[in-house]
Design a binder for this molecule. Structure first.
Ligand SMILES: Nc1ncnc2c1ncn2[C@@H]1O[C@H](COP(=O)(O)OP(=O)(O)OP(=O)(O)O)[C@@H](O)[C@H]1O
Ligand SMILES: [Mg+2]
Length: 270
């Protein structure tokens, strides 16, 4: 891609650059490339021609897609394709369908979504051009309907858009029901890079040790986690014990919200 960008998308220049690249690479040519060159009897010129033809076909297909999509420009098509990918990841995450529209680019974000976006932005770090996650936790707490779950989806969408990582959604009431304590450690809930736990506190009291094990793993391995809950910090301590609470105190950004329920209000789309 670097070659393509440097040459400004000109197919002839790209063909030449790639031919040069192939020539330089020949000393340590991988077997598959050598086999390919021999099979098609490609010398440098032939390889350049093949690459130019490939590029021209790619461009023609792209122009056709722009025309057929009704997009006015390449930028608009790019944007649409990125949004489609974003939507696909959000729907695959497993959140309830009513929250699929949640987006950090919505015209108006409510307080929980604003807080969640600020956390998500700080959660993404870039080192040597590679984006990764810091692996912290966000707890959104407050009464029903203030927009915690909506905010959690918007934050997960942001993280997914920025890093390409597929998040996972877990409804606390049934997330650990079918999992044995000894299996928590290797479960997707423990190992997935981005987890949303929705409605912590609706879980079965018999699953308490499993939640302890799950937070132990995610906190210990610095795995990005978003929690929504109706419980106050004191209620979380009462329910899950001091061990879970201590971990959250060290690892999590805790944000509490009050105010009226937003249920039934008009939806805001990006
Ligand atoms: N930023 C927002 N923009 C538009 N609508 C929102 C926003 N935040 C919340 N809503 C609306 O408010 C409704 C309730 O929000 P949400 O389900 O996130 O509440 P909650 O705090 O998770 O409640 P509960 O504690 O009952 O799970 C959503 O269905 C959504 O329509
Ligand atoms: Mg909710």
């Amino acid at each position: 891609m670097a070659v393509v960008e440097r040459r400004g998308g000109d197919p002839v220049a790209i063909g030449e650059a790639l031919t040069g690249f192939a020539r330089e690479a020949v000393a340590g040519t991988p077997d598959w490339l050598e086999a390919y060159i021999r099979r098609d009897r490609l010398d440098e010129r032939g390889l350049g021609d093949a690459l130019r033809a490939m590029w021209a076909a790619h461009e023609a297909a792209r122009q056709k897609r722009i025309r057929e999509s009704g997009c006015g420009s390449e930028d608009e098509l790019d944007w649409r394709e990125r949004e489609a990918e974003s939507q696909f990841r959000v729907e695959r995450m497993g959140a309830p369908a009513r929250l699929w529209e949640a987006h950090y680019l919505a015209r108006k974000l409510h307080a929980p979504a604003e807080a969640a976006l600020a956390w998500a932005q700080a959660e993404v770090v870039e080192r040597d051009g590679v984006r990764s996650l810091r692996g912290t936790c966000l707890v959104l707490s407050g009464p029903p309907g203030v927009g915690k779950s909506w905010a959690a989806v918007a934050a997960a969408r942001y993280l997914a858009d920025e890093t390409g990582i597929q998040p996972l959604w877990a409804y606390a009431a049934d997330a650990l029901a079918g999992v044995e304590l000894r299996d928590v450690r290797g479960s997707a809930l423990a190992t997935t890079p981005v987890l949303v736990v929705d409605d912590l506190g609706t879980d079965d009291a018999r699953d308490r040790a499993k939640w302890d094990a799950l937070f132990y793993r995610r906190h210990g391995n610095r795995r990005t986690t978003v929690v929504t809950t109706n419980l106050s910090p004191e209620a979380v301590r009462d329910r899950f014990g001091a061990r879970v609470m201590d971990r959250l105190a060290e690892w999590a950004t805790w944000r509490s919200f009050g105010g009226p329920s937003r249920r039934g209000e008009g939806e805001q789309s990006p």
